[in-house]
Design a binder for this molecule. Sequence first.
Ligand code: CTP
Length: 417
Amino acid sequence: MTESTNLSCRMGMEIPARLTTFMQAAGKIAAGRGQRLYLVGGVVRDLLLGQTNLDLDLVIEGNAIELAQNLAEMVCGKITIHTRFNTAKIQWDKWSVDLASARSESYAQPGALPSVRPNSIENDLFRRDFTINAMAVHLNPDYYGKLIDQYGGQGDLKHRLIRVLHEKSFIDDATRIWRGLRYEQRLGFRLEDTTLRLLERDIEMLDTISGDRIRYELECVLQEKQPERVLFRAEELGVLGKLSPALKGNGWLAAKFEQARQVSSPNPPPIGLYLALFFYRLTVEQSNPLLTFLRLPKSLAQVLRDTISLKDWLPRLDSPQVRPGYIYQVLKDYKPLAITANSLATDSATVRQNLGLFLDKLRYVKSVLTGNDLMRLGILPGPRLKEILRRLHEARLEGQVRSKREEEALVRDWLAS
Ligand code: CTP
């Protein structure tokens, strides 16, 4: 395809009519103000690849917030404004569109968030991560669908290459290292030679990135169809080692991720399960600094801690003779996702069976009699009543009682003896 490629047909095929109508209306409003409006970034890349992507990013050479306000009114949508970056998000029905003002960026220090200045679409595209993400489609009526590709994005798509736009790209923003690996593995592309050299040169720059931003990148990796490919490549290039030298992205992890997909099918596994498997081979000492750095949500951090500490208990569950009551006692305070991760990770079929028994059955077992019922049977409130409730629950787990009447009979037996 040439510089004058027009994507209006493809847009009609890959993007729902509600959204193309919206973009045409937006283009008209922008043109009425003498401004130019574009569709940019990943959606343009995916249009050229013939893939559906409904993450619409629009860029206007003008004031994005004003345009967003008009458009939100037009569709009766909700608008969220970020004045600092001059961006806005419009949401209505099931749709969501991001709008930004064309801008150039400068980085006060590597890894810091950039300061931005209004600029032309050409400069806006030049500040982006890779050539394949640095294309735009004109949305004004006179040019609707016209592709803007100043940096060779189409050629790189054709040759299946991931290429930065300038040699300081990874220094400005080292999260692009993770992004590059993600696109390379997702699309089955290759990092172009100079880009690969720059990436290896700038791996140290990952130290300039905050834990929050690295966590976001990891979440993006784990939302890929096959995250293990990205993690394998990250280990190969020394990117994973920057996170922790103890983390591995090897064949073991790939096999476990595949199993995780099988047990979670038809849905993809929750990120927490992937993360738990990824952290599984770490010790408590190795994982603690990582958990602090990444500032994971509390409950997710607990899943990872539980995953690692449960490993030490598995030998005690490695016998077909282990009683259900004991399995329950060992596992009751662990997060279910941590138990699932251990069940996928263990080599012992017996352990897996016992963990499965807990997850599928034991954790739902309840005894019927309540504290009030026991008081009616003459037991005074206090530690003894509590102990009887615990033993009743255990009897249920062991299958010794199956109904309320059997529970009552058992309690009466205990009281009589
Ligand atoms: N971008 C960038 N540098 C970054 C993050 C984003 O240049 N560190 C630019 C790219 O042009 C990218 C666009 O912002 O295409 C939107 O970012 P994002 O939504 O993260 O990426 P997508 O390209 O939409 O990719 P994905 O398919 O993974 O969502």
